[in-house]
Design a protein around this ligand. Structure first.
Ligand SMILES: NC(=O)c1ccc[n+]([C@@H]2O[C@H](COP(=O)([O-])OP(=O)(O)OC[C@H]3O[C@@H](n4cnc5c(N)ncnc54)[C@H](O)[C@@H]3O)[C@@H](O)[C@H]2O)c1
Length: 358
């Protein structure tokens, strides 16, 4: 991405949030001369029983009838099932897929993108490797050799699709000018964007809140009420901060007060899909697995919290930190059915002065 010229944008992913991101971006590229009007969106192709392809229906109706029904994306959003073709001319790459697919997609893109392209990740999650854990933005930078900012926040996609007011946080590490350009691409009167120089902190907030949202859903399913839920959210937030700072000492406290921090945590613990599926899990008495419930409750959308809880547990295990994070450990053990849903009420954190015994 250079200073002069018109920037072409590609969106890699077309699920619920991916489609909303494309809609927001397309409404801005058409209004701002520094961006090319067309927004190319990579679609992981699906074929409906009628034989019609998802990408064809998006291009025909300007609507993603599977992941974002009833919302016009804009006629300048072009769905493309060909990943390489989607990114070929792009200067700005927006990554927005479930985190489990990120590595495979990056590997397919290596050597296929413009060398000066810049990336932003809207993906919540991390990759755990033997050599240590790696945030998705770093994975993108490592595999593709390009700068990668992150955008996270209290962003339940369906609400933003209806243009209800919300906030988001862009995190960057070195290049503020690039972060500003991303803000220009995303900001609208109903989508307020702020920028912080703490890419890792922003990304960790967005990732770890999914684990806390699972716990909040368990509390809802157990019908424990608002005070218990507030206690769970508070303890979760403390472990989010402690874990982030132990793993990456550069993470800033103030980041937790941005939309990506406490904002996203509240939205996810009251409204998100992780909360919803965890509530169903607790209502089943812990008898139906998360996998089974994900299929039935989310219908193709993906749950991130269970996998993230496992990834966090692997890091804790590897570092010998389990004793310091009883909340995260308990959520993982509940998700894997080693503990009952009500165990969440007994995981009074070492960071906490209260013991949550019912
Ligand atoms: N939905 C939200 O409200 C929301 C909000 C903020 C951030 N996010 C984050 O955005 C990211 C993307 O979520 P989403 O809501 O757009 O997706 P989604 O869960 O709605 O949809 C799943 C997507 O994965 C695709 N897919 C299925 N199998 C695939 C494969 N083998 N390879 C590649 N893609 C495959 C599907 O076609 C679909 O586009 C996630 O990291 C999520 O945490 C979501």
């Amino acid at each position: 991405m250079e200073n002069e010229g018109v920037y072409k944008v590609a969106v890699i992913g077309s699920g619920n949030w991916g489609s909303v991101a494309a809609k927001i971006i397309a409404s801005n590229t058409i209004k701002q001369n520094i961006f090319h009007d067309e927004v190319r969106m990579w679609v992981y192709e699906e074929t409906f029983p009628s034989g019609e392809k998802l990408s064809e229906t998006i291009n025909g109706n300007h609507e993603n009838c599977k992941y974002l029904p009833g919302i016009n994306l804009g006629s300048n959003v072009i769905a493309d099932p060909d990943l390489e073709n989607t990114v070929r001319d792009a200067d700005m790459l927006v990554f927005v897929t479930p985190h489990s697919y990120a590595k495979g997609i990056c590997k397919r893109l290596a050597g296929k993108i413009k060398p000066k392209a810049k990336a932003i990740s809207l993906i919540k999650g991390m990759e755990v490797k033997k050599e240590g854990s790696c945030m998705i933005s770093k994975l993108i930078t490592d595999v593709l050799g390009i700068n990668c900012c992150v955008l996270m926040g209290a962003n339940i996609a369906n609400e933003i699709a209806e243009e209800k007011l919300s906030e988001a946080t862009i995190g960057y590490t070195e290049d503020k000018e690039v972060a500003n350009r991303w803000a220009q691409l995303f900001a609208t009167p109903y989508f307020l964007v702020s920028i912080v120089e703490d890419s890792i902190g922003v990304e960790l907030c967005g990732t770890l809140k999914n684990v806390v949202a699972i716990a909040a859903g368990l509390v809802d399913g157990l019908e424990m009420g608002n005070n218990t839920k507030a206690a769970i959210i508070r303890i979760g937030l403390k472990e989010m901060r402690a874990f982030s700072k132990l793993l990456f000492p550069s993470v800033k406290d103030n980041t937790f007060f941005e939309s990506c921090g406490v904002g996203d945590l509240i939205a996810s613990c009251y409204g998100g899909r992780n909360r919803r599926v965890a509530e169903a899990f607790a209502r089943s008495g812990g008898k139906k697995s998360f996998n089974e419930l994900e299929e039935g409750v989310l219908q193709g959308q993906k749950l991130q919290g269970v996998l993230t809880a496992q990834e966090v547990f692997e890091v804790l295990n590897d570092k010998g930190w389990e004793g310091q994070f009883p909340f995260f450990v308990t959520v993982h053990k509940i998700c894997t059915m080693q503990l009952s849903p009500s165990s969440i009420l007994k995981c009074g954190s070492v960071h906490s002065s209260i013991q949550l015994v019912p």
